[in-house]
Design a binder for this molecule. Structure first.
Ligand code: ZN
Length: 210
């Protein structure tokens, strides 16, 4: 989903303060450690546009080094409709169903899409976990983040994959619903992870093991 050549000939500098931007080769989001400004690289134009980047404070503080992994976080306004009334069952329970008048425990207001290099299985688990739980956390500006390989446009497509994966075992239902995730205002949140024994990771907000 990034430029397959991976070539980047110009050193990236913060447009605000001129500092060199720390980045891995396939990164599409940069964060200036000097002035706390975030950027997204728009590949078609090879242009840096401002992007909001925040860092979430962990809910459980562990005695281990925190590594921040980038998630795209969208404002979501999910609309699901179905030709038959029962068709939005599971999705309707988890996502806000507009105009249904039913009690929904926690409406989805934010949609979370992991944006770092990991398996699709992990992207699905983390994306669903965060989107279903709608966790509360404080954010700060401060840290170092690299490894965001998906653009906000890529993330919209991945959000759809995450959403549809909920109903993967019920393909009949998918063909019977129409939906609009209503994604807007993408921003990056660096989610805190801890390295566990061995090579595993656990996130510091919901405690999801990878
Ligand atoms: Zn800067």
């Amino acid at each position: 989903m990034t430029d397959p050549s991976g070539l980047r000939l110009v050193a990236l500098k913060c447009e605000k303060c001129g500092s060199l931007l720390d980045a891995d080769q396939n990164d599409v989001v940069y964060y200036c450690n000097n002035c706390d400004t975030g950027y997204e690289l728009i590949n078609e134009k090879d242009e840096l546009v401002p992007a909001e980047v925040d860092f979430a404070l962990p809910a459980d503080v562990m005695d281990a080094e925190i590594i921040y992994y980038p998630f795209w976080v969208f404002d979501a306004d999910v609309e699901i409709s179905s030709r038959d009334a029962s068709g939005t069952g599971i999705l309707g329970d988890i996502f806000k169903k507009k105009g249904g008048g039913e009690d929904v425990t926690k409406p989805v207001e934010k949609f979370y899409v992991p944006a770092f290099d990991t398996s699709m299985e992990n992207i699905k688990r983390l994306g669903l976990g965060f989107t279903q739980n709608q966790p509360d956390y404080e954010t700060v500006k401060k840290d170092k983040i690299t490894g965001c390989i998906y653009s906000s446009k890529d993330a919209e497509k991945i959000a759809e994959f995450i959403f549809l994966s909920l109903e993967a075992e019920k393909p009949d239902m998918i063909s019977n619903i129409s939906y609009d995730l209503g994604l807007s205002s993408p921003k990056i949140v660096g989610m805190p992870f801890y390295r566990t024994d061995g090579s595993g990771l656990v996130d510091g907000i919901l405690g999801i093991d990878l």
